[in-house]
Design a protein around this ligand. Sequence first.
Ligand SMILES: [Zn+2]
Length: 317
Amino acid sequence: MMQTNQEWGTLCETGRSQSPINIQTSAISQSNETYINFKNYNVLLSASIRYEEYTIKFDVKQKDKEVKLILGNKKLEKQYQLKNIHFHWGCTEHHFNNQSYSLEIHLVHSLQQNGTFDPESDPFKRLSVVALLFEKSEHENEILNTVLDMIRHNSTDRGLNKKSMAYRDLLPKDLDYIYQYSGSLTTTPCNETVLWSVIPKKNHISSRQILAFQKLHKKLYNCRSILPLNGRKIFQVSSIKFIDNASAIPFKKYEVFQLNSLLTHFIGYHHAVGCFDKELTTNSSEYTPFETAYQLFLHCYIGIQEQQLDPEYKCIL
Ligand SMILES: [Zn+2]
């Protein structure tokens, strides 16, 4: 692939719990005690985009610090804050039954912990990365088109892209189970500090979209080769929940008039109507029209508060 393992630091060469791995689905252990919760993944993605040597990275903005992954078992629960989203294209880092696919997205979360942390005695790690795999298909993936537009405009702002997406939109619609194992960073220094959550259900990507990633970064592929399991176990976790921020969607559908007056109060009636009209007619996500409208309201409102957006320009788009 891009670099041979020998060219990297010592741990990359000698580590015994390295990533990525091949996941042999016939050798998975059931895990009835552990659970994975996605918290506040319903909010709109808001990140700064930058090119790194080996990838394109979305650094999640501070205002989305409540977007979290919660990992737990009967005794312990740990919260991880979403830090960045990045891409591996033209290949996947993880394989399933020795097969590689066309795109892998990594959602990198960092442990929120006060006090000391003993990596030897604690089964949880400092980082938790969710891996999403995309299989080549004849059909375009609309969400990836939004991602590509964001990269082209170097912004997640819908004022530029005319599109927005929630973090959750990246994940497959039905998430029955996730494979979890202990591993490492897949780039140097290959620290073995990652609890991986690999989603077995694959999404799809078209050839044109794969090419778009390759052209944007001028790299054909950027995946590390698979490394031996060395006796590590892969667990199937079936207890998965989405916990949407109650305060982010405080109204029920029948309270739409209250929301309307709130919008009028903050951004003016004209703009409020513009926001509603636009989003209600164009959004095809799983949210109810009301939830979508409220998401959009938050986006407009926060944008205006942060003075990134001119209210008029933004809300009549
Ligand atoms: Zn990665």
